[in-house]
Design a protein around this ligand. Structure first.
Ligand SMILES: *Cc1c(COP(=O)(O)O)cnc(C)c1O
Length: 432
């Protein structure tokens, strides 16, 4: 596959943009090679600047649950743009999207919009600290909550992939206020509360983890977090930036019935435009300014274009959509698993609605330590073999895959066949 234009574009980008990218994972460091520069997307596919088209399982890292350039989303954005793109005043669209969020996410009575998932989690932590008058938070190794300082301690996603879990530039004070424990380890959580009596403001957790690869909570884990936070006067924050409208319509809480105090959202609710949100019961959310004393603000918060894209996206989803997405996810995971078993590739798989994942290790993968037993070199070779067969997977082992309503059963079957073919090269050690 010819990608000379991408190579030239990357060389150009590196001259004026650090590492040539505006988000670390895009640089392909985890899989080697040159990032592919895209020029367009349509449905389940993306097309690069050399004219190669790929079936897309990244979907802008999750937001595009309807696929690329969905007609309803494009129309909503166009109509909105023609009236102006931002006013810095309230608009009615904010209430429309807020009402859809309240309708779908069971624990949310009120929601505040911002411009990214990172902002959502940073604000949620400030709210939890302001509400509880406590300073420390518990997070789990390998969970990713955006790129704000408190979360870059043992973070997942590209912070993990780069092998530098602790970023430079994080103060000791911030590190001290972030207590890190292993995912799925309730005893470690209880120990953290005992070691920090009346100091823990909140636990923040990906209730299904999509940022160390796809890792599911063990039975009782989320319920245990609910109990231990309640018993200790701390808040429970579900970071559903990725899982919202993916694990189910109401995210993980909609599926499990375990209700957090604060939920953070993003990705799907922006329909491909920059957005984030955090919400919960009115009794907590009303602590935000102007009614309360926990400050929040943003020049483009609740931006009309983002609200329009979000409204169009959530409005296009019905209960049947989630059944379709879940069935497609199951078909993909079962097919890949069959191929890998037949070819004697050590692997384990996971699925949660339209999120799918596989690790090149026998597993089970339940936390960061077991995730790290995955063969990342094999993943790199597999990634490139799939790329050359027109399948765009996440350019790192420790990421989830995403399916959209634009994907078809034929697309899934083509992907499984491509994987089978790819392993012929990969297992011979040949780099295509
Ligand atoms: C993507 C993600 C974030 C950060 O969202 P951005 O919009 O990239 O800032 C936070 N939490 C989780 C679970 C995510 O997957």
């Amino acid at each position: 596959m010819n990608r000379t234009h991408s190579e030239a574009a990357f060389a150009r980008a590196k001259a004026s943009i650090p590492g040539g990218v505006n988000s670390t994972v895009r640089a392909f460091r985890a899989v080697g090679g040159t990032p592919v520069f895209m020029r367009s997307g349509a449905g389940a596919t993306i097309t690069d600047i050399d004219g190669n088209t790929y079936l897309d399982y990244v979907l802008s890292w999750g937001p595009l649950v309807l696929g690329h350039a969905h007609p309803a989303v494009v129309a909503a954005i166009k109509t909105c743009a023609e009236r102006g793109t931002s006013y810095g005043t309230p608009t009615e669209a904010e209430s429309v999207l807020a009402e859809l969020v309240v309708r779908d996410v069971p624990s949310i009575e009120k929601v505040r919009f911002c411009s990214s998932g990172t902002e959502a989690t940073a604000n949620a932590i400030r709210l939890a600290r302001g509400y509880t008058k406590r300073e420390k938070i518990i997070k789990f190794a390998g969970c990713y909550h955006g790129s704000a300082d408190p979360f870059l301690i043992a973070a997942g996603s590209s912070a993990l992939t780069n092998g530098k879990p602790n970023s430079a530039g994080i103060t000791e004070g911030v590190a001290r206020d972030t207590v890190v424990v292993e995912y799925n380890d309730l005893d470690a959580v209880r120990a953290a509360f005992s070691a920090n009596p009346e100091q823990i403001a909140a636990i923040i957790v990906e209730p299904v983890v999509g940022n160390m690869g796809l890792v599911l909570p063990l039975p009782g884990f989320l319920e245990g977090l609910r109990d231990v936070t309640r018993a200790n006067g701390a808040l429970l924050i579900f970071d559903e930036v990725m899982t919202g409208w993916r694990v189910s319509r109401g995210g993980v809480q909609g599926k499990t019935g375990v209700m957090p105090d604060i939920t953070t959202l993003g990705k799907v609710i922006g329909g491909g435009l920059p957005v984030g949100a955090f919400g919960g019961p009115a009794g907590i959310m009303d602590h935000l300014t102007p009614d309360g004393d926990v400050f929040q603000a943003g020049t483009l918060s609740g931006n009309p274009l983002a609200m329009a894209a979000g409204i169009a996206t959530l409005s296009a989803l019905d209960d049947a959509s989630f059944d379709v997405l879940t069935a497609l996810g199951a078909r993909l995971v079962a097919g890949l698993s069959e191929v890998m078993t037949r070819r004697s590739v050590p692997h384990c798989t996971a699925q949660a609605g339209s999120m799918v994942g596989f690790f090149f290790t026998n597993g089970p993968v339940t936390n960061l330590t077991s995730a790290k037993t995955a063969d990342t070199a094999l993943y790199g070779r597999f990634f490139h073999a799939m790329l050359d067969r027109g399948i765009y997977l996440a350019p790192a082992q420790f990421e989830a895959g995403f399916i959209s309503l634009a994907h078809t059963e034929a697309d899934i079957d083509r992907t499984i066949a491509a994987a089978d073919d790819a392993f012929t090269d990969v297992l011979m050690g040949a780099r295509t």
